[in-house]
Design a protein around this ligand. Sequence first.
Ligand SMILES: Cc1ncc(COP(=O)(O)O)c(C=O)c1O
Length: 415
Amino acid sequence: MKYIPHPPLQLSGSRELLGRAAQVDATLAYSGYVLQRDRLVDGEYPMFAERASGAHVWDVDGNKYLDFILAYGTIILGHADPVVSEAVTKEIRDGFAITLRKRVQVELAELLTSVIPGGERVFLLKSGSDATSAAVRVSRAHTGRERVIRWGYNGWHDWCANRPGGVPAAAQEVVSTFRYNDLASLEAEFARYPGQVACLLMMPFEVDPPAPGFLQAAAELAHRNGALFVLDEMRSGFRMCLGGAQEKYGVSADLVTFSKAMANGYPISALVGTERMMRSVGEVHIGSTFHVNGAEMAAAIATITQLRDSALLKRIESLGEQFQQGLRAQVAGSTLDAEVAGVPQMPFLRFTEGDEEVRQRIQDLFYTETVRRGVLLHPNHHWYICGAMTQQDIETALEATAAGFRAAEAAVNHD
Ligand SMILES: Cc1ncc(COP(=O)(O)O)c(C=O)c1O
């Protein structure tokens, strides 16, 4: 059956800006990493946004998209949430005034300690990398050891950068990793470095959730070896439930790091832990001029309060379930090899065709069709659901993914 693909989007504004950026902007000119990520399918995805509101983003060419990338998980309520915007505007109107500390710093620390299991002290920073690096430094100070075992994406600083360029070998010689959901591989790592590991720092999961008991066993193994157990909750925090993966999976961490959804798009992060662990903050250098900026703290308070006082997180979960159920039905009815993955709040569709070239072709065709139909889905990173989405939005997304399957099937079966 011949399938007629949706006509291409008009993206001349994005292309023009990309051409200008190539002359002046190093992130866009040279960083293949960023560029690959942003182009998603070369020539098909928009590069530059004009504005965003609720569940939607408009690009500089006026195309409107239903956004499942959600600024890489920083948006939980919806873009430009009015309550958050008002709280931030008030802070800005009052002047940043970071000559002194702002009241919101104390209020946010009180709020975080009231919702995070085991959270007795809070250190506020700006980025996710700030917070994970602070967790490592505190762990090293607390244990007097240097070695780190880590898992997942933990940021861009020397100890966890995923490209070797510009990183002193010594910084990564004391860091190693293991296979997720594979306790034997983690045990082997601890056995290789007896008495040397300061912390086990890991995302609770990336796409596939933890096997039952895995996180508890990992925490216990860390403690048995005298190391701290640190959860990197940059993506899972304030998205699954208020208390994060600790609450969801019934595990306790010594230190937890948050950012992203915590302030609905504003740059802030937090290191949270027990009083006993966080006391080590006094022995180390962690500090940056803008760490004390109040606007982002006001955004975090407005975001977390709304999540706490509403049923939004439940709603996000059920919208994600609706999406995953619909996708499962489409996979079952398709001739393509694919599987629905992830937790409902962060769903994903994985193409599993064995031949890499064919798989890439299927993927490109699928995502070309969905983006042309105004649905922004990431081909290589799990997606996110936000509170501004509706059941109708999920149906719209499912119509686009159904068309994506048809487009890819027609082309592949035609070969
Ligand atoms: C799990 C996790 N940890 C750490 C980071 C680093 O955060 P940032 O990019 O804000 O430095 C990220 C960013 O994507 C992340 O997903």
